[in-house]
Design a protein around this ligand. Structure first.
Ligand SMILES: *Cc1c(COP(=O)(O)O)cnc(C)c1O
Length: 379
């Protein structure tokens, strides 16, 4: 066995990442990350941070002042939303149609909140009428939480209608947009979303480890009206905003050392998204999904999610009878440098999840995936 010091640096292979994330990272983003590290309070870094904030606002289609990137992956974005908004004893209606809805429940309960669960079959979108009924039964609920794009199943839910419903029932909406941001239509202000979080490594095609979040003025007011301190010191937005915005519009203060180079990377990936244009990016995902869909169906693979609810950026298909799941994925990885995702939760061992996220959503990758799957499945 080798013992430190090692003679060789780590040399990862160049893979094509067609799983549930991370997605292929833009070469420009990798290059941006390799630029010189400067201080996180350096005046030039602050200029970059101001641009980054407006780029995140663009991606979310929001004017929300409290818009930033949490210095940790999407899961921390989820926790940021729950831990800042919720206080013990408060009731949250949580829609669960996959793995991530279940994680929302765990967040609520760890805070001491009351999670009222609405369950939907895995692979189905959240049923808006069903949510309306449950909201009517719980007039004391303070929040409605749901996952826009369920990465465990590939189902897209109607965020616009769900947020309108939340508003009618005086609930704040908490939306998981980790997989939806940059891949499908998402309009935070127009749809009236109150708290939203995403991740850098899915349709933004940035390196993993950052979570863009945004809070509406109503969500900020809820935070300011808290009677108890936020349980998490690190994720407490009132403290973090001292760095992102400066205290009382003044100087930015130290909270934690910002992940300087990772933020360069996010700035670059969002800059590329803004150059392409959000609508164009959504369309590219939709187009590439159609090409992939034809290819998968030619191979005889069947989709888990009905056409109307299907996510273009995450395609879940049943593993054909008699096929060895792990062996196929191993062959794809070793012989084609191609990663596709396994099933998780209730779909573990039953499906493959083929991602077309961000920079991955290109014709050459679709062609590689169909060719490789076709060859591996006949062996
Ligand atoms: C990936 C994902 C997360 C978690 O993001 P991490 O960056 O892995 O922490 C949360 N919600 C959804 C819907 C996701 O797809």
């Amino acid at each position: 066995m080798l013992m430190p010091p090692y003679l060789d640096s780590f040399h990862p292979p160049r893979r094509t990442l067609m799983g549930p994330g991370p997605a292929d990272v833009y070469p420009e983003v990798l290059a941006a990350q390799a630029k010189p590290t400067i201080g996180h309070l350096d005046p030039l870094f602050i200029v970059m941070m101001d641009e980054l904030k407006s780029l995140i606002q663009y991606a979310f289609q929001t004017k929300n002042e409290m818009t930033l990137a949490v210095s940790a992956p999407g899961s921390a974005g989820m926790e940021t939303c729950f831990v800042n908004l919720l206080e013990a004893g408060e009731k949250v209606i949580v829609c669960r149609n996959g793995v991530f809805g279940e994680r929302m429940r765990q967040n609520v309960e760890r805070i001491g909140g009351v999670a009222v669960m609405i369950d939907f079959e895995w692979g189905k979108a959240v049923d808006v009428d069903e949510v309306a009924k449950v909201l009517a039964m719980h007039p004391d609920a303070k929040f409605l939480a749901f996952v826009h794009a369920e990465t465990s199943t590939g189902a897209l839910s109607d965020a616009k209608s769900l947020c309108a419903l939340a508003k009618q029932h005086n609930c704040l909406s908490i939306v998981d947009a980790v997989t939806s941001l940059g891949g499908v239509e998402l309009k935070v202000d127009e749809w009236g979303i109150d708290a939203i979080y995403s991740g850098s490594q899915k349709c933004l095609s940035c390196v993993p480890g950052l979570s863009p979040v945004s809070f509406s003025p109503a969500a900020v007011a809820k935070m300011q009206a808290r009677s108890t301190p936020v349980q998490s010191w690190f994720l407490d937005q009132t403290l973090v905003m001292g760095y992102w915005a400066g205290e009382n519009g003044g100087k930015r203060s130290y909270h934690h050392t910002a992940p300087v180079n990772a933020l360069y990377a996010l700035h670059e990936s969002l800059r590329l998204l803004s150059l392409e244009g959000l609508e164009n990016a959504w369309q590219r995902h939709a187009d590439m999904h159609q090409v992939l869909r034809h290819g998968l169906q030619r191979l005889g693979l069947k989709f888990v999610v009905c056409e109307a609810d299907r996510l273009p950026q995450l395609n879940t298909v049943y593993i054909p009878q008699g096929i060895d799941d792990a062996k196929v994925r191993k062959q794809l990885l070793e012989n084609y440098n191609l990663e596709i995702g396994a099933g998780i939760g209730a779909l573990a061992g039953k499906v493959w999840r083929i991602g077309l996220m961000g920079h991955t959503a290109r014709r050459e990758n679709v062609a590689l995936c169909i060719k490789a799957l076709g060859e591996v499945l006949v062996i």
